[in-house]
Design a protein around this ligand. Structure first.
Ligand code: NAD
Ligand code: SER
Length: 320
């Protein structure tokens, strides 16, 4: 029988996913049961008022160690990372935060016999030689970005700790995440969030990817659901641990613009591809997530149409 989750530490809690995950975890487990942390110290009001926030640099194991002891943490959602765009500009920072951050969390997991550790991976694990459509759970992992290299190594590291130390470590390969609460932190799929802000504010967006660059994407409510469902899944049903494919929808910038035009008819878009175009082109267009569906009943709720409609509704309330 797996143990109940009692006290959670979220690292990288001020990021795009961390902010919403922290709030969702506090709703589920209780405000006093979820500690938010980040290297930055500027939590938004909602997060600050709903529970404890601490500064934690994941590259410094002592700071994580102290929080685990002082607050009796038994579960870590490790969201601190450097994403693909920033990672290509500063590969050493990306390696340091993603690799040393993860191994520090895993070592402390062993030291304190923690209940569970969740470390997200990414579609960036794929690269050369991967099928473009419906990439299966087990496929060649030859990423071309530093971010992708750290994500593959992170998955292998987690599975090593599962086998070698019996640590319960779980992870999933998010596609590009779309949300309206916190802006994304410097990835290749950030265009799919920026476009909404620009469409509502200026009716125009210059996209840094080409019009026909199709990528797998997911709306934040599905991302949070996937993360929390995997965290609570019955360990005995899991054949995989750190590398679950998850999918929801796939679209190109051109298709997203067309969907937005249904709500904002005078919206226009032009294209100025930059250094992120080759990263996007190294990733598949769609993902086969049948293992996640089978092993922990994963199922997304949002498609392109329902995501765009909800994003525009929520952002109009926020921005206008
Ligand atoms: P983000 O960039 O928005 O947030 C990352 C957070 O980590 C930031 O708040 C940053 O301040 C913090 N951070 C950076 N260095 C740190 C350090 N040394 N110590 C502590 N905190 C530090 O990222 P996100 O989008 O919220 O991503 C969360 C996880 O999900 C990451 O593992 C990422 O690779 C993965 N992921 C995200 C997406 C996406 O589209 N957002 C897609 C695939 C995978
Ligand atoms: N959204 C992420 C990025 O673009 C994918 O992991 O970096």
């Amino acid at each position: 029988m797996q143990k109940e989750i009692k006290k959670i530490l979220v690292t990288g809690a001020l990021g795009q996913i961390g902010t919403e995950l922290t709030m969702a975890l506090r709703d589920k487990y209780g405000e006093d049961k979820v500690i938010a942390s980040d290297i930055r110290v500027d939590p938004p009001k909602k997060l600050r008022k709903s529970g404890l926030f601490l500064q934690v640099d994941v590259t410094k194991p002592d700071t994580i160690n102290q929080v685990i002891i002082q607050h009796d943490v038994d579960t870590i959602f490790h969201m601190a990372a450097i994403l693909s765009g920033i990672g290509e500009k500063d590969p050493h920072l990306c390696w340091n935060v993603n690799m040393n951050g993860s191994i520090n969390v895993l070592n402390l997991g062993v030291k304190y016999d923690l209940n569970r550790i969740i470390i997200p991976s990414s579609m960036a694990v794929w690269g050369d030689g991967v099928p473009a459509e419906n990439v299966p759970q087990d496929s060649v992992l030859k990423p071309t970005s530093m971010y992708g290299v750290t994500k593959v190594a992170g998955e292998r590291l987690c599975d090593y700790y599962v086998r070698r130390h019996g640590l319960d470590c779980r992870g999933l390969r998010y596609p590009g995440i779309i949300s309206h609460e916190t802006l994304p932190g410097g990835g290749t799929t950030d265009y799919a969030v920026e476009i909404f802000y620009e469409a509502i504010k200026h009716k125009h967006y210059t996209c840094f990817l080409k019009e026909d660059t199709t990528l797998p994407m997911m709306y934040m409510p599905d991302c949070i659901k996937a993360t929390m469902d995997l965290a609570e899944a019955d360990y005995d049903n899991l054949e995989h641990h750190s590398d679950f494919n998850v999918a929801a929808m796939s679209f190109s910038p051109g298709e997203l613009a067309e969907e937005i035009k249904k709500h904002i008819p005078n919206f226009t878009m032009d294209y100025r591809p930059d250094y992120r175009q080759p990263i996007a082109e190294s990733w598949p267009r769609s993902i086969d997530d049948s293992c996640a569906r089978r092993e922990w009943n994963w199922q997304p709720s949002y498609n392109l149409e329902s995501m765009v409609s909800d994003m525009i509704k929520k952002l109009r309330m926020k921005l206008l």
